[in-house]
Design a binder for this molecule. Structure first.
Ligand SMILES: Cc1cc2nc3c(=O)[nH]c(=O)nc-3n(C[C@H](O)[C@H](O)[C@H](O)COP(=O)(O)OP(=O)(O)OC[C@H]3O[C@@H](n4cnc5c(N)ncnc54)[C@H](O)[C@@H]3O)c2cc1C
Length: 450
C-alpha cells in the first residue's frame, strides 16, 4: 500500500456504506465506518433506515455480488433463517396477469431488511483493519487550504457530546438520499450535480404476520401494478422466524392503508387475490408501518468537470430508485465492485485517484436500472413501437417460459435489456401474441356462430 492508502473513512453504515467499507479494507491500512445511529446489537430496525421495516427484495444480481464480496454468505443467510427458493417456481408473480411458473434455476432470497443489514455488518466489523464509530454524526468536510482536496471530516460524537476531526486519504459518502455532499460542495466553491427526478408518489404500508407453512412450501406473492392504469400493488414474502412480511403500496392519491381494516380492504382490491386469501386469516405480529416515497432521484456526479480529490459518494446518495422495483441494494453492491476495480486500477497504474473517473464508472452501473424504472414509471400519451413490443413481451411472458426467463433476467439485472431483442425472443413475442390474438378471434367467431 502506498502513502495515500493509509486511512479511508466511510460516512453512513447502511448497505452502501458497509459494502464500500468491505472493499476499502483491501486497499487501505485502516478503514473507519462512521454511523450516526447507535447501532443495535442484533437485527433490529433503526432510526437512520426507516425503510427497513418494509419489504426489501434482493435482486439476483445483488445476491451474486454479495456472495462475491462475502464468500459463504449463503450459509449466513440460511443460518439466520432466510428463505432461499426459485425465483420463478416459488414466486406467484402478478403484473397484468400471473407469470408462468417454472424452474428458472435462479435463486431468490427472502429475508427482512434489518437481518440482511445485520448479517453484512457482522461480516464487516469482523475485518481486522475496520473500526466502527456508531453514534457519530458527520457535520462537515475538511479540506486543504486551496479546497482542492478533501482531507477528512468533522464529526459529533453523540455519546461523549464532543466534536472531532478525523483525517483520511479517501472519504466515501454513503449517507443516503439526504446526503449533504451537494450542499458542502457549494460551500467549497464547487458546482452541484444536475438532478434527474421521476415523480412517483408511492406509499408503503407493511405488517408482519405469523407464517404457519414451512419454508419449502411458502410461495412469495407479488402484485406489481401496471402504471398508469393500476395504482395499487403489494407483496408478501416468507422471511426468517416463520414470518410473512406483507407490504401494500399505492400510487399518488391512492395511499397505502394505515389501519387494519383498510389494510385488508386494500389487499382484497388487488387483482392478485392470493395476497388477500393469505392475509385474511393470518395472525398479525406487528403494527402497520408506513412510508411515503416522493420521487426517484439521480444526481449526475459524472457530469461535473471539477470535483475535489479524496472524495466520492455512493448508494442512494447518488441515485435513489422507486423502491417498487427493488433495485437500490443491488446497485449499492455493484458500485462496491466498481469501487474495487477503480482502486485497483489507480494502484496498478500508479496514478492519483480521479473521483470523476469513479463517477463515470458507476454511472454505467446506474444507467440500466434507472432506465428500467423510469420507463415503467413514465406515463406516455401514445406508446411508441418499443413500448408496444415490451408490453407484448410482458403479456407473452405470462405463458411462455423462454420469454419469461429472458424478462426475469433483465429485471433482475442479470442480462442487458438488449437481450430482449434477440431474434429468438422477438420471434416468440410476435408469434406468441399473434397466436393469442388468433385464439381470441376464433373464440369470437365461434360465439357468433352459436
Ligand atoms: C420504502 C422503501 C423500500 C425499499 N425497498 C427496496 C427493495 O425492495 N430492494 C432494494 O434493493 N432496495 C430497496 N429500497 C432502497 C434501499 O433501502 C436502499 O437502496 C439501501 O438502504 C441503500 O441505501 P444507502 O446505504 O445508500 O442509504 P441508506 O440506507 O439511506 O443509509 C444511510 C445511512 O447513513 C447514515 N447517516 C445519514 N446521515 C449521516 C451523518 N450525517 N453522519 C453519519 N451517518 C449518517 C444513516 O443513519 C444510515 O445508516 C427501498 C427503499 C425504500 C424507501
Amino acid at each position: 500500500m502506498n502513502g495515500n492508502n493509509r486511512h479511508a473513512i466511510v460516512l453512513g453504515g447502511s448497505i452502501a456504506g458497509l459494502l464500500a467499507a468491505r472493499v476499502l479494507t483491501e486497499h487501505f491500512e485502516q478503514v473507519t465506518l462512521i454511523e450516526r445511529d447507535a447501532l443495535p446489537t442484533g437485527a433490529e430496525p433503526r432510526k437512520g433506515v426507516p425503510q427497513g421495516r418494509h419489504l426489501h427484495a434482493l435482486l439476483a444480481r445483488g445476491y451474486q455480488a454479495l456472495v462475491a464480496l462475502f464468500p459463504g454468505f449463503k450459509t449466513d443467510l440460511l443460518e439466520a433463517g432466510a428463505v432461499i427458493s426459485d425465483l420463478s417456481n416459488d414466486v406467484r408473480w402478478y403484473q397484468g396477469g400471473y407469470s408462468v411458473n417454472f424452474n428458472s434455476g435462479i435463486e431468490a432470497v427472502f429475508i427482512s431488511r434489518p437481518t440482511l443489514e445485520w448479517l453484512i455488518r457482522q461480516r464487516v466489523v469482523a475485518l481486522p483493519n475496520l473500526a466502527l464509530r456508531p453514534s457519530c454524526a458527520v457535520t462537515a468536510l475538511t479540506t486543504t487550504a486551496d479546497q482542492q482536496q478533501v482531507t477528512g471530516v468533522m464529526i459529533h460524537d453523540r455519546q461523549t457530546n464532543e466534536d472531532e476531526t478525523v483525517t483520511a486519504d479517501l472519504v466515501v459518502d454513503a449517507t443516503g438520499r439526504g446526503s449533504h455532499i451537494p450542499k458542502w460542495l457549494t460551500q467549497l466553491g464547487y458546482a452541484t450535480p444536475e438532478e434527474s427526478t421521476v415523480n412517483v408518489g408511492v406509499s408503503y404500508a407493511t405488517r408482519l404476520y405469523r407464517r404457519t407453512v414451512s419454508d419449502d412450501q411458502a410461495k412469495a406473492l407479488l402484485n406489481v401494478p401496471v402504471a398508469p392504469l393500476e395504482k395499487r400493488g403489494g407483496g408478501v414474502f416468507p422471511i426468517e422466524h416463520n414470518g410473512w412480511l406483507a407490504t401494500l403500496t399505492g400510487y399518488q392519491d391512492d395511499e397505502a392503508p394505515k389501519d387494519e381494516q383498510g389494510f385488508l380492504a386494500h389487499a382484497h382490491s388487488l387483482p392478485a387475490q392470493e395476497i388477500y386469501e393469505l392475509l385474511k386469516n393470518a395472525e398479525p405480529l406487528s403494527d402497520i408501518a408506513t412510508y411515503n416515497y416522493p420521487a426517484s432521484r439521480r444526481r449526475h456526479y459524472e457530469q461535473l468537470t471539477r470535483f475535489p480529490i479524496g472524495l466520492i459518494t455512493v448508494g442512494d446518495a447518488v441515485c435513489s430508485f422507486n423502491p417498487i422495483y427493488g433495485q437500490g441494494m443491488t446497485v449499492c453492491a455493484l458500485e462496491a465492485l466498481v469501487l474495487d476495480k477503480w482502486l485497483r486500477s489507480a494502484t496498478q497504474q500508479n496514478q492519483p485517484r480521479d473521483s470523476r473517473q469513479f463517477f463515470t464508472l458507476i454511472a454505467k452501473v446506474i444507467d440500466v436500472p434507472w432506465a428500467l424504472a423510469k420507463g415503467a414509471d413514465t406515463v406516455k400519451a401514445s406508446p411508441n413501437l418499443l413500448d408496444r413490443y415490451l408490453n407484448r413481451l410482458k403479456k407473452v411472458s405470462q405463458h411462455d417460459k423462454v420469454v419469461s426467463l429472458a424478462f426475469i433476467k433483465v429485471v433482475q439485472l442479470l442480462a442487458p435489456p438488449a437481450s430482449l431483442f434477440h431474434p429468438r425472443i422477438v420471434l416468440r413475442v410476435l408469434l406468441g401474441s399473434w397466436r393469442r390474438d388468433q385464439a381470441k378471434r376464433s373464440l369470437k367467431t365461434a360465439w357468433r356462430t352459436v
